[in-house]
Design a protein around this ligand. Sequence first.
Ligand SMILES: Cc1cc2nc3c(=O)[nH]c(=O)nc-3n(C[C@H](O)[C@H](O)[C@H](O)COP(=O)(O)O)c2cc1C
Length: 257
Amino acid sequence: MNPTITQMTNRSTVRKLDPSREIPKDILENILRATQQSPTYTSGQQYSIIVVDDKVKKEKIADQTISSAGVRMEFIHEAPIFLLFIMDFNKIDQALAYENTDPEIFNTIENILIGTVDVGIAAEAATVAAESYGLGTVMVGALRKSTETLIKDFNLPKYCIPLLGLAIGYPSKEMVQYPDPSYKVTPRFPLEYLVHYNNYEKKDLKKHFEDYNIIMKEHFLRKRGLDSTWTAYMTRYYSKPFNKELLTIYQKQGFNF
Ligand SMILES: Cc1cc2nc3c(=O)[nH]c(=O)nc-3n(C[C@H](O)[C@H](O)[C@H](O)COP(=O)(O)O)c2cc1C
């Protein structure tokens, strides 16, 4: 183990953040600079980050971002910094206009994938960078429920879509275990269910679910006060389509696929 591997292996989402402890400016800047050096598709940098430290704006995002269990995500306004990650093809649109060319890519699903991957990579880089300072983080995909409002509230131009948030702050005192190594990380599937060598090996997961459901039920209860097995939690999420309005909103923002 080296320090990077140790940090990444022991990390966990921290949903109790200390609102009274500001993040020093130089630390935030280092996090943003490290994030900026992430790889991006064809060096296009198809994303932007909005640093939200305005209390009223954070409060409004928290008001609109309710979890699937109907719970308000308090950590959004408790976090001194909330990073809003935007899929941003406005820059590419301007680059192509500079070259007097029409951006036909905006009529395909491919650009959505490019922008989504760029945002995901950057958000993870920001997470690792923040955690290297002992900060706690929460990624927030639930904000996509309020995509249209966020577009208005943050003046997003054409070809820009808010995809993900990252709440960053010092873990609150209730999180005394963090980042103590005894603090339990969220259990994952055993590596053999994640990694395949040279070929995808389809596995019957039924037996594995029995064990994992027991482990995760205990974990969900302890960490999130949630009484659910893993398979039941997944079923709650994926049995019905959600955020169906996104197609229309994306079209309004210029993505005409
Ligand atoms: C794309 C993405 C979106 C997420 N959105 C939310 C969210 O809206 N609210 C939340 O509490 N956690 C969110 N999370 C955090 C996950 O719930 C968390 O990473 C997962 O439960 C595993 O736990 P761990 O990070 O502690 O290992 C998100 C994570 C990712 C990668």
